[in-house]
Write a protein that binds this ligand. Structure first.
Ligand code: MN
Length: 328
């Protein structure tokens, strides 16, 4: 059985904070009821690339590791391992974990607020059925986490009771888009793993004032660099194989307010022949976020559902369309 709120002891036990730049975490402080709750997805290049979905609850971040990342396509059921709670402060972390548990690079892939569709989050965790809404830069709308009946030992090596599936419900924020591939960059820095690595290198590797404590051994450093190189190769190969448009790199801006301007969603290009269209939204900080929306291609009902409403990304209305390559 999953405990309702796992203490941070598990988290702390796995990490040596004299050597890791990760936030240590204060003791839990319950989030006020009715207040927006923080959520994030951290893209984590560790032993394996995965995405960590974290939902604030009772002063900690409930956490699931999702190997393939979230999908906004309701047909996808993404395997998710329920992992130990993380401290709230960890939710904004982006940087390098030099060595030890999770060694690699963390990129803040999405963040925003979430709300449970049923107030009894603890009960949902126990039942293994959590329905919620996300309001992030990339992920929005209605989602579910459902625990699976794993075989002994759990599915795919996950501990018993820790195997879940992450599902997107059908709504206006769903679509046949590989959102992880389409919007791969950080919502915090706008960069990719190599940018995070470059940007944080001095801070992480050389800022420690205790001599010898913060500087990872050369082999740890070279392992992380090798991981990022492998990631870049795979990314570039995927780009070369898929001619669909890539989101442009965001530009830095001095604006302070970094909330997305949800009212500024732009109309997707009309007259195009892509089923998948993307509206790009500039945040006040000048960071570009992307929204992918599905375009109705079939029934009138679909077309009706896809009709743009104020304040959200719109689907273009272009009649017959083709499926963009590689968007399943
Ligand atoms: Mn992780």
């Amino acid at each position: 059985m999953i405990s309702i709120a796992m203490p941070l002891d598990d988290y702390r036990a796995k990490r040596d904070f004299t050597r890791s730049p990760e936030p240590k975490g204060k003791d839990r402080r319950p989030a006020p009821r009715g207040q927006p709750r923080f959520f994030c997805v951290q893209k984590h290049l560790a032993t394996q690339l995965h995405y960590d979905l974290r939902l604030e609850h009772d002063g900690v971040l409930l956490s699931w590791a999702v190997p393939k990342g979230p999908s906004i396509d309701p047909r996808d059921k993404r395997f998710a391992v329920h992992v130990e709670d993380h401290p709230l402060e960890y939710g904004e972390f982006e940087g390098v974990i030099p060595e030890g548990y999770g060694a690699g690079v963390v990129l803040l892939w999405d963040r925003g607020t979430w709300e449970p569709l049923d107030d009894d989050v603890g009960g949902g965790l126990e039942r293994g059925d959590l329905k919620f809404r996300l309001d992030g830069y990339k992920l929005k709308g209605s989602w579910a986490l459902v625990r699976t009946r794993g075989m002994s030992g759990g599915a795919r090596g996950a501990p018993p009771g820790r195997s879940w599936l992450l599902l997107k419900h059908r709504d206006e924020w769903a679509g046949p888009v590989d959102i992880a591939a389409f919007a791969p960059l950080s919502v915090k820095s706008g960069g990719d793993f190599d940018d995070v690595l470059a940007g944080n290198a001095p801070e992480v590797w050389f800022s420690g004032k205790s001599p010898g404590r913060r500087v990872p051994p050369p082999d740890a450093l070279s392992k992380i660099l090798a991981k990022v190189e492998r990631y870049k190769e795979a990314r570039d190969q995927a780009k070369a194989a898929d001619p669909s448009p890539q989101p442009a790199r965001p530009r830095a801006s001095s604006a302070k307010d970094d909330r997305p301007r949800t009212g500024r969603a732009t109309r997707a290009p009309t007259g195009g022949n892509r089923r998948t269209t993307v509206a790009r939204t500039k945040t006040a900080a000048g960071r570009q976020t992307t929204r992918a929306t599905s375009k109705a291609t079939g029934t009138k009902a679909e077309a009706k559902r896809a009709r743009p409403k104020t304040g959200r990304a719109t689907a273009s209305r272009g009649g017959r369309t083709r499926r963009s390559k590689g968007s399943s």
